[in-house]
Design a protein around this ligand. Sequence first.
Ligand code: GUN
Length: 305
Amino acid sequence: MSEIIKPSGKKALLIDGKAASAAVLARVAAETANLAHKPGLAVVLVGEDPASQVYVKSKGKAAKECGFHSVQHDLPATTTQAQLIALVESLNADPAIHGILVQLPLPKGIDSSKVLETIAPEKDVDGFHPVNVGLLSAGLTERALVPCTPAGAMLLIQQAAKALGRDISGAEAVIVGRSNIVGKPMAQLLLAQNATVTVAHSRTKDLPAVARRADILVAAVGRPEMIRGDWIKPGALVIDVGINRVPGEGLNAQGQPKTRLVGDVALQEALDVAGAITPVPGGVGPMTIALLMSNTLQAAKRAAL
Ligand code: GUN
């Protein structure tokens, strides 16, 4: 059995995203060591959102561990759109930088899509620029930069399907959630692998029945434990993209109420039904940063061609 597939003690197998992401990072670091020029990643943080600060710090740390040239630009919350766009343009022109990531959300008053459209498509390691969205939609995945979270989820699906002896080609895939960052690109990636794809969302009629059709069920709605055990087809491959912070039990060391992370799938119920599932935490989450590093390496390699 593959190293990323582990027993859970219940019916479903667990898909270990930490092990899968470590393997991606090890490959990126090994390839980087053989390059004449280091890949360069610039991460831009505007304002002081605490969650964004944590994410940006871990992106910089992973970049250094991969052997990249890593720079972080911290701008005050009062930064204007024009100032942010000027910074992006200077990074576009910097030959030492191959990947540019502007952390979202941006402060009110800044139009995110205007900023993201300023990033040179070949440096858009988030894959959010309309050129990359278009290349992915046209099935030109070799030339696109693909958004990191769905790309990471797709790798887990491929590795789990292989370990379980399942075909993605011809499988019924249902994605719950239609965001530009996860749901829509996930649909394109599954379609490129010849799955039959349904994108369901909050207005879908009889969502549980639609979900129960899925051989591959991807949950990306951002609602804690919305997908119950009886929404899952027995034996299905379940990929939980949700990361939701909910109240826990008791108080932490600072005397604050504890919180815990849960996915969009009710994990304990799903473990009795699914064939394999990504846990939260430790499933898709760690893959996002690993695929960001992989995208940056890819951008650097293409720049050197
Ligand atoms: N904020 C939360 N997730 C992401 C992401 O994947 N990319 C960027 N740029 N900002 C985010």
